[in-house]
Ligand binder design. Structure first.
Ligand code: SAM
Length: 248
């Protein structure tokens, strides 16, 4: 039967696509893409010519049903996004969710993902981590989100826009403290790929040093909170709160 393939594409270097991904893209009847013009360049590089179907954040809920009908009618579809793995801070969740509910076979074709590439070379604890995607753009919600992560002990991975990275580092200093270790992975797989491992305070200095430092695509990794052995554990604090309610 026809299937939905979730196909990872490169995050910069056009060679970062698997043989299997190319085979699947050659084989399917239709390619659903976030931006058909953008993806057209990748496809033409690999001499793949297929009908395309735009599927982005704004039309995903309505257009999903159309795609499900097509799959049920026997057409296999590949979903790709502008870069990396679909659904990872990219469209596709609603489509996959609806396809699962409709009993459509869904096959992942794994490949590049900026978060995983960044973590794999950051030198930060990678045994456990928390992918946080994009922080909210607005000040208050961004602060609330960061405050909710104060006790997070796993490495946190954020996607960042160049316009907001400096503000984010400033917020991190005020909420997590200037000593928190950060790693920025910039322009992964591209010509100017670079990693910067600095404290939050040092990172801010570096970002302000040169406007070029705020250019490009960023993955920001934040070290998890250190467990302080002398501190009263959260469970004990919760018990105290409960006890206090019971006391006269
Ligand atoms: N689906 C993609 C993935 O699998 O990584 C992520 C898409 S999200 C809309 C785009 C964000 O991913 C960028 O703002 C940046 O934070 C990060 N990103 C994508 N490509 C990158 C690269 N080459 N270097 C660093 N960060 C990248």
């Amino acid at each position: 039967p026809a299937k939905l393939y979730i196909v990872a594409t490169p995050i910069g270097n056009i060679s970062d696509i698997t043989y299997r991904a190319i085979e699947i893209l050659q084989q399917v009847d239709l390619i659903a893409a976030e931006d058909t013009r953008h993806s057209g360049k990748l496809l033409s590089h690999y001499h793949i010519k297929k009908p395309m179907f735009p599927l982005h954040d704004h039309n995903e809920r309505q257009r999903g049903q159309v795609l499900i009908e097509k799959i049920k009618a026997g057409q296999s579809i590949a979903l790709i996004s502008d870069a990396g793995t679909p659904l990872i801070s990219d469209p596709g969740y609603h489509l996959v969710n609806e396809c699962r509910a409709a009993g459509v076979d869904i096959v992942p074709i794994p490949g590049a993902c900026a978060a995983i590439a960044a973590l794999s070379a950051a030198g930060m604890p990678s045994d456990r981590f928390s992918f946080e995607g994009f922080l909210p753009a607005k000040g208050k919600s961004k602060q609330d989100k960061l405050k909710a992560l104060i006790e997070e002990s796993r490495t946190m991975i954020f996607y960042e826009s160049p316009r907001r990275v400096q503000d984010t580092v400033e917020q991190i200093i005020s909420i997590f403290g200037g000593d928190r270790k950060l790693v920025i992975a910039r322009e992964l797989t591209k010509i100017f790929e670079s990693f910067y491992a600095l404290t939050a305070e040092e990172m801010l200095v570096w970002l302000k040093e040169d406007t070029n430092h705020c250019r490009g695509e960023f993955v920001l990794m934040v070290a998890g909170a250190q467990k302080d052995d002398d501190a009263i554990p959260q469970v004990a604090l919760n018990t105290l709160t409960l006890l206090k309610e019971q006391l006269p």
